[in-house]
Design a protein around this ligand. Structure first.
Ligand SMILES: Nc1ncnc2c1ncn2[C@@H]1O[C@H](COP(=O)(O)OP(=O)(O)O)[C@@H](O)[C@H]1O
Ligand SMILES: [Mg+2]
Length: 565
């Protein structure tokens, strides 16, 4: 993982990382040198030798300045390295987001993407930029000082590190068991939060049906479970850190005691002894902070995995040799599909929609009608089979080309906070005012638009604030007229509309569907009597196929749907 993260950095970023670490090393060594100089001066003084105080002062001041400068340089470079990394990752994510199929953007995904962009990317900057530079510097310093101290006296050196392996092993064990407990606490938190969300969403229902008691028991249980698992995790962490800290201090105490004994016996000079006592603090530093280094590593790993998941998710790639369609009939050939979540499953779906005919999709809610249109638009990719337009696999077409051949009018119209004219122009950005008005006229919305004070230049709010459902729907029909694509998908367009609007929409529709290949999903079965073909869906399966009269005579599922209305 570390290598992958470093690979994300630009050359400049790596340079900043190295500079920062090196200057932190200089910074720490200056600190030690200052202490050693003072120690040296005292030693000289005690042994009655003369020292030049002036030159000593110069050395101290020089070291102090060097220390300050290195700190500033290291600090600055670590920020640069961090920003470099963050910038690179954000750039990559943004590039990638454009290439995902729309089906990628489930609610959970949106949550995850926002976590990645906010938290994980910042984590990377914090840990890789700020902490890892310091940490590697600490280890380099420990190595240099360790070698130096061994060189001064290897007995003392051994005493200094004797207990370290035991301490590190104990920390490793502690972390392993702590992580398990941490995971349990994390799972508990997830459970609790989703239960809370369910509860809050369901409050109106619970109020109406008086089911609060039942839910409260579940919530209470989940809250106390989370409490227990968190306490357990904290307890384990505290024990492990406590034990580790004790062992490191024991390592120091052992060295200090042995050193004292050796000094008394005259085997070690006082100067060397004091040097060990003072300098070993710096030597132990990275080990003392080991626990937090480890936690940071886990944090970065977690963030990095989420970032990688996002960056490695499959995208829609245009083919090397894109094909175009000569005709615009549709065919689903043995299409098999399921969403990421278990449950709904479409199996071996096969049907044709001849060019310039109308096929109606009917079936109870959840039977997979909208899914069929989503597959045609490549919002999701089928796991089996093939979808063709004019005999060409839609995966062999450029994606923009495919989308250009399909107009969609759906139940939920998406409008932008812009003028009415610009909202219609979504259908065709190069349209002239005349073409826009013609489209609006055909969509039976022109009269309404010109009755507004600013006419076509009237600003509408986000999602068409200030327009009725039917008016929004007719704007989206105007878009479809303007786009003039050979294939038309209509998904329950009149389900949220009052009768007057519905009448106008039906009229506009009867013009719009002429000479196009149409897939229409309608919940009023009356409206699709005249379709050339009706396909009855149930649980993702095609149950019946035929014209209205045929299916009515057959007395199957279609009849059941009819009688339910
Ligand atoms: N994005 C999605 N992720 C997971 N399941 C989905 C998603 N969209 C729809 N479904 C499920 O797929 C099934 C078919 O949905 P849909 O095609 O919208 O049905 P219809 O349009 O016939 O009402 C439903 O059970 C629905 O819950
Ligand atoms: Mg639907």
């Amino acid at each position: 993982m570390i290598r992958n993260i470093l690979n994300e950095l630009t050359v400049r970023g790596v340079r900043h990382l190295i500079i920062s670490a090196l200057f932190f090393v200089v910074y720490a060594l200056c600190g030690t040198a200052i202490m050693l100089t003072v120690l040296f001066l005292i030693d000289r003084h005690i042994s009655g030798e003369s020292v030049s105080l002036i030159s000593a002062a110069w050395i101290l001041v020089g070291l102090l300045i060097l220390k300050t400068i290195s700190n500033a340089v290291a600090d600055m470079s670590k920020h640069f390295a961090g920003f470099d990394l963050v910038e690179r990752i954000r750039e990559k994510i943004i590039l990638k987001l454009k290439m995902f199929s729309l089906g990628f953007y489930t609610n959970e995904r949106l949550g995850e993407i926002s976590t990645v962009i906010h938290k994980d990317v910042d984590n990377m900057e914090m840990v890789v930029g700020h902490l890892w530079t310091r940490m590697s510097a600490d280890f380099i310093v420990a190595l240099i000082l360790g070698i130096g101290l061994f060189w001064v006296d290897w007995h003392m050196g051994l005493a200094m590190i004797a207990i370290l392996p035991i301490a590190l092993f104990s920390l490793y064990r502690g972390i392993r068991s702590g992580m398990k407990a941490q995971q349990e606490a994390q799972d508990g938190l997830t459970d609790m939060v989703s239960l809370f969300v369910e509860y809050v969403k369901g409050i109106p229902m619970l109020k109406v049906f008086g089911g609060k008691g039942m839910f409260r028991d579940r919530l209470d249980h989940s809250v106390s479970e989370f409490g227990e698992s968190s306490k357990n995790a904290s307890r384990l962490a505290a024990v492990s850190v406590g034990r580790y800290t004790f062992l490191i201090e024991l390592a120091f105490a052992l060295m200090a005691t042995l050193g004292l004994w050796w000094t008394w016996r005259g085997e070690l000079s006082l100067f060397a002894y004091l040097m060990f006592v003072i300098v070993s603090k710096e030597f132990y530093k990275p080990f003392v902070n080991m626990e937090s280094h480890w936690l940071n590593y886990i944090k970065v790993k977690d963030s990095y995995e989420r970032i990688s998941r996002l960056l490695d998710a499959p995208v829609i790639v245009d083919p090397d040799q894109p094909k175009t369609a000569e005709r615009f009939d549709l065919s689903f050939d043995g299409v098999g599909f399921h969403y990421e979540k278990e449950g709904f499953e479409m199996k071996d779906l096969t049907f044709n929609v001849p060019e310039r005919t109308v096929t109606a999709l009917v079936g109870s809610s959840g039977s997979g009608k909208t899914t069929i249109t989503n597959l045609l638009l490549r919002f999701w990719e089928p796991q089996a089979g093939c979808i063709r337009i004019g005999g060409v696999d839609i995966r062999e077409m450029d994606y923009d080309y495919l989308l250009g051949k399909i107009s969609v009018v759906m139940q939920n119209v998406i409008l932008f906070s812009d003028t009415i004219a610009n909202n219609i122009k979504v259908g065709n950005r190069n349209a002239t005012q005349g073409e826009i008005e013609e489209a609006a006229r055909r969509a039976m919305i022109h009269d309404f638009i010109v009755s507004l004070p600013d006419g076509y230049e009237t600003k509408i709010g986000e999602n068409g604030l200030g327009l009725s459902g039917g008016q929004k729907q007719r704007l989206s029909i105007a878009r479809a007229f303007l786009k003039d694509a050979p294939i038309l998908l209509l998904d329950e367009i009149t389900s949220n509309v009052d009768p007057v609007n519905e009448y106008k929409i039906q009229q506009a529709m009867s013009v719009l569907i002429r000479k196009r290949t149409v897939l229409v999903i309608a919940h009023h079965l009356q409206t699709i009597r005249n379709a050339h073909q009706i396909i009855v869906m149930d649980k993702g399966q095609l149950m019946e196929k035929g014209m209205h009269a045929e299916l009515e005579a057959k007395g199957g599922m279609y009849c059941k749907l009819l009688s339910m209305q």
